[in-house]
Each structure stands twice: as C-alpha cells, then as structure tokens.
Ligand binder design. Structure first.
Ligand SMILES: C[S@@+](CC[C@H](N)C(=O)[O-])C[C@H]1O[C@@H](n2cnc3c(N)ncnc32)[C@H](O)[C@@H]1O
Length: 365
C-alpha cells in the first residue's frame, strides 16, 4: 500500500511557493550566469597599436605642411591676399588625405574657400544657420578669433600667457570650437548616418553629455521638437554659453543649459531622460577620472535615465595600420563595452560608419 504523505493545505501551498521561488531563483541564476558568460572578458590584440591613447589630450600634432598652410591662411586674412588663400587651399588639398583625419584642416580650408569665393557663393556657404554662427564666431572683429587661433596654435606670435593655465585653456577652447563645429564635419564623420540610427522621436528628452559648442545639441533639439527637451551639459562654460546664445537667437526653446562645475555627477534628477548621449568623451571618463569619480558619474547617468532608457557612446576607434586615426585620442570599444556592462548597462547594438569612430548603443538594465 502506498501511503501518500499528505501536507496540510497551508503547508502544501507554502511548499509550492518555495518550489516556485526556488525555480525562479535558479532561473535568475542561470540567466545571470548566461549574462556573465556573454560579458566581454578578453580582447584580441591584432597589432602593436595601443588600445587606449590619450596623446596630448586635445591638441593636434603640428606638421611642417600644416604650419605652411596656416601661414598662407594668416597672410590671406591679414593682407586680403587671395594668392595666399589659394596657396593655403592647395596645401590643404595635398595634406588632408594624409594628416589629421577629422582634424581642423578641413575647417581652415573652408575659410580659404570663403575668402576666394564670389559674394553669392559666400552667401551660399553661410546659408546653413549653424555654419553661419560658426563663421560669425571666427570672423567677428576682422577675423580676430581665427587670427589669434592660428598665431597661438602655430606659434607665429608670442603670447604672454602661452605657458599659463589661462593661455592653454584659451587655445584648447579655440581648438575645440574649430574642430567640433567644423562646417565640414559631416564629410569625415558621416554624422547624418549616425543621426539616422539614433532613432530619435518628437517628445524625447535627451542629455547631450559633453555637448561642446552644440554640434549635436542643435540636431537633437530639432529632432525632439517643441514637446521634447535637450539638456546640454559641459564642464566648459564658454561652450554652454555659446549654445545658449545661438538657442536664444533662433528661438530654440527646448534646450536647457547645464554648466557642470563638478565631475562626479551629471546632476540630473532620476528617471528624466530617454537618451543619454556622449560623443568623444568616454575615453576621458575611462582613463583620467579616479575610480570613485567614475563610479558616481556613470551611476548618475544611469539614474537619470528612465527605465529601459538608452545610453549611446560614440568614441574614437583603434584603427589598422595605414588608416589615419581620428587625431590622437582613441580607445578600443571593447574596454567601454566591458566597463559599462559592469556598471548596469547592456550593449544592444553597435555601428561603425567610418573606421575612426564607432557608435555603441546601451540599454539601462
Ligand atoms: C571631444 S569634446 C566633444 C564635444 C561634442 N560631444 C561633439 O561631439 O562635438 C568633449 C567635451 O566634453 C567636455 N567634458 C570634459 N569632461 C567632461 C565631463 N566630466 N562632463 C561633461 N563634459 C565634459 C569637454 O569640455 C568637451 O566639450
């Protein structure tokens, strides 16, 4: 005779509940083991190239040909010398394919073209409002900022503050500005292809973290429309001020400006943001920040995201020998992926439209 052991009803339910919980716990354990197995735990090294490179933070190498071209451009600006403008453009034609991919040369050549263009063509070059604002910044007061940049950068003139923090900060600011808001950035970066895969929708809230002078901020502002919002965050106040001045001029009412005075938090309250976007900044977060600052900074990004929100990181790739790197700073994407996976993000997809730059799409988990 088989005696079935009978649990009292209450015990039976408790047992069923325990079994259910046990199976859930083991399912979670299996899932998390599976997830662990999927996390990047090694990187294949294919060449002698470093997998992270900071170079000299944000300054380009000065080459002889680069200096020659900028000397011609300065002569063209100072003396209204169109032959010098032609000579500058000719040198840039020669060196752009070989030096400073994604650097300032294309922007400087654009100014040489402007000087050489007839008035109707000049107007056409400034028909895009962002190109016009870029031009206005450099050209006001008889091209004072552009001349100063060329003189500081290529050392055509002695600046008393050149060795001081203030002088270096000024040069870095001008250099950032010419690089990030370059009217020819699309040519090398294929920005429009990047924008297409971001899947932006009207009404979204986007945090543009490390916005610089707003190259992406303005594109985001147009994409999310009046019901959306863009938070432009940067540690450099002059960048944020520039975005503000353009936004006010053209009535962009959906941008909020955040000058970050400390670097351990993006300072946005929890669950506000659909998309946190960071272009060309993570290499700094990865390498320069202390462990504790990085922990809290990334945690603040994760907290600011709504449940299931995306964190998109664009950075500079390690390139094969014979391919020009972006202009110095780069980081193997595997390092970012591995780190962010351990900070509570999951890589969803990735894109690479040019060898020098990748787009990593993470989701908050
Ligand atoms: C290489 S720039 C990229 C600018 C912009 N995202 C673009 O692609 O045009 C990086 C920007 O990050 C800013 N930055 C540096 N550290 C930062 C931090 N901890 N938080 C926010 N912005 C930071 C710099 O001032 C600079 O404007």
């Amino acid at each position: 005779m088989i005696t079935l052991f009978k649990f009292p009803k209450i015990r039976r339910e408790a047992l069923l509940l325990s079994l259910l919980m046990l199976s859930m716990v083991s399912a979670v354990a299996v899932q998390s083991n599976e997830r662990k197995a999927l996390l990047i735990d090694h990187i294949d090294i294919h060449s002698k190239t470093s997998i992270i490179h900071l170079g000299s933070i944000d300054t380009f190498d000065i080459t002889e040909a680069g200096k020659e071209a900028s000397k011609f451009l300065l002569d063209a600006l100072n003396n209204n010398n169109l032959e010098a403008a032609t000579a500058a453009s000719t040198v840039y034609d020669r060196i752009i394919p070989k030096e400073n991919y994604g650097g300032e040369y294309t922007a400087l050549q654009w100014f040489a073209w402007y000087l050489l263009a007839p008035p109707d063509k000049q107007q056409q070059m400034l028909s895009d409002k962002y190109h016009r604002e870029f031009f206005n910044f450099w050209s006001e007061n008889d091209f004072a900022n552009l001349k100063e940049y060329l003189e500081r950068k290529y050392k055509f003139k002695e600046f008393e503050d050149a060795q001081t923090f203030k002088g270096q900060e000024r040069l870095a600011y001008l250099e950032d500005f010419i690089l990030f808001n370059n009217p020819r950035r699309e040519e090398w970066e294929k920005t429009s292809k990047m924008m297409e895969v971001l899947n932006l929708e009207p009404g979204m809230t986007i945090a543009d973290i490390g916005s610089g002078p707003g190259y992406f901020t303005f594109k985001f502002s147009e994409a999310v429309g009046a019901k959306g919002k863009v938070l432009a965050l940067d540690t450099v106040k002059t960048h944020v001020d520039f975005i503000k001045s353009v936004a006010e001029k053209y009535d962009f009412n959906n941008i909020e400006f955040v000058h970050l005075s400390n670097i351990d938090s993006i300072g946005i309250p929890p669950n506000q943001v659909d998309l946190a976007y960071m272009c060309s900044l993570y290499h700094i977060i990865y390498t320069v920040n202390s462990e504790s600052v990085r922990q809290s900074y990334i945690a603040s990004i994760r907290d600011a995201l709504k449940p299931g929100g995306r964190f998109i990181v664009v950075d500079n790739a390690v390139v094969e020998d014979k391919t020009l790197p972006y202009h110095g700073l780069f980081i193997a994407k595997e390092l970012i992926i591995a780190q962010l996976e351990r900070y509570g993000f999951q890589l969803e997809t990735q894109y690479q439209f040019i060898p020098q730059r990748y787009v990593l799409v993470f989701r908050k988990v």
